[in-house]
Design a protein around this ligand. Structure first.
Ligand SMILES: [Ca+2]
Ligand SMILES: [Ca+2]
Ligand SMILES: [Cu+2]
Length: 356
């Protein structure tokens, strides 16, 4: 049910895109990300301090739930001209990867609950007290719906929205054990990976794995969005952002093993939830890296002069909100980003590992 913010709240000043200044008027402020047109996910300005990541003990290496991917070369980037220039999906360039492991599915609520039970970890959204929920999904008292996010009014800042309460304080994950965990920041994903004896995939590993062995295809299964007229991923059908026809069966998240896996056995790389990658995001990354030789095991490092929480990190794959009329980021080549401290109801992650 759509929930309108109370009038007194909706009059609060809204932040503009790209304003990450410490003088932000409200600690719970959420704003649009670097992509002004993003359905994708709003950016949080949090004042909740340092992440608990560095103190998280690293667990014994584990490849449980992961598939082994043979190293090799592939063409990375958008070969179809489908993307937005500002996202930097081109030029297509050769990348050579060492062998690696990657999760067949995104981390579930049940898995994240095990992590939290064992470590007492508190996520960025929980420490800050707010996260972003899609307007048609909100399950919260009106007083807990603080405001609409500037520039992307279908995102609401909801007090008490977190991984245990993905639609707001009145919601729970009781019936969502096998759904992707959401409202987890990049920093939260790092903490989980350390504990699990895993790591985030690099952006190159993610794209290679999502391609499932196909060469330069648009989607993990080929070039047609709906082969045989059947949906292969959980995105948006209908008129974004108000009417979803639910043709694929899901308004928000789907269980992590929904739909046929790709050629490498990976489920839902495109659609369902955005997935954090290790890399810092730079729209010029491919331009800088492309050359006559294949790039070997690339990963974009943090810009040294930016506080860690505000470094934009790569997200890949698009989410249940992506729609061809609006953002078209449910392709294997599509790139987006959000800051390391941001969270929303459509961002999750899967883990990777070195081959040895
Ligand atoms: Ca859907
Ligand atoms: Ca996904
Ligand atoms: Cu999108």
């Amino acid at each position: 049910m759509p929930v309108d913010p109370p009038a007194s709240r909706s009059l609060l000043p809204l932040l503009g895109a790209g304003d990450g200044a410490p003088s932000a008027p409200h600690p719970e402020a959420l704003q649009t990300g670097t992509h002004g047109d993003a359905c994708c996910a709003p950016t949080a300005t949090r004042h909740s301090g340092e992440a608990a990541t560095p103190s998280m003990p690293r667990g014994a290496r584990s490849t449980r739930g992961q598939v082994h991917i043979d190293g090799g070369s592939f063409w990375m980037g958008d070969s179809h001209g489908d993307g937005y220039a500002a996202d930097g999906e081109q030029p297509v360039h050769a990348v050579r990867l060492s062998s690696y492991f990657i999760d067949a599915k995104t981390v579930t609520n049940a898995q994240f609950a095990t992590f939290v039970k064992s470590t007492g970890y508190v996520t960025d959204a929980e420490r800050d007290g707010v996260s972003a929920v899609f307007h048609l999904a909100v399950d919260a008292a009106p007083a807990d719906v603080l405001r609409r996010v500037a520039g992307v009014p279908w995102w609401l800042t909801v007090r008490g929205a977190d991984w245990r309460h993905p639609a707001g304080p009145r919601s729970s994950i009781n019936d969502l054990q096998n759904h992707p965990v959401v409202h987890v920041s990049w920093r939260d994903a790092q903490a989980y990976c350390r504990w699990a004896g895993k790591r985030l995939p690099t952006e190159a590993e993610w794209e290679h794995a999502s391609r499932g062995g196909l060469d330069r295809a648009r989607y993990p299964w080929g070039d047609d969005l709906r082969p045989g007229g059947r949906w292969r991923c959980n995105i948006w059908q209908g008129d974004f952002p108000h009417r979803n026809t639910l043709d694929d069966g899901f308004l928000t998240t789907a269980p992590v093993t929904t739909f046929t896996p790709n050629g490498y056995g990976l489920h839902n790389t495109v659609g369902n939830v955005w997935e954090w990658c290790q890399d810092a995001f730079r729209s010029t990354e491919y331009v800088d890296r492309a050359g006559p030789e294949a790039v070997v095991d690339p990963v974009a490092a943090d810009p040294a002069d930016v506080p860690d929480a505000h470094v934009p990190r790569v997200m890949r794959g698009g989410s249940y909100l992506c729609h061809d009329s609006y953002c078209n980021r449910y392709r294997v080549a599509a790139r987006s980003s959000n800051t390391a401290e941001s969270s929303s109801g459509n961002i999750g992650f899967r883990c990777a590992n070195d081959a040895a």
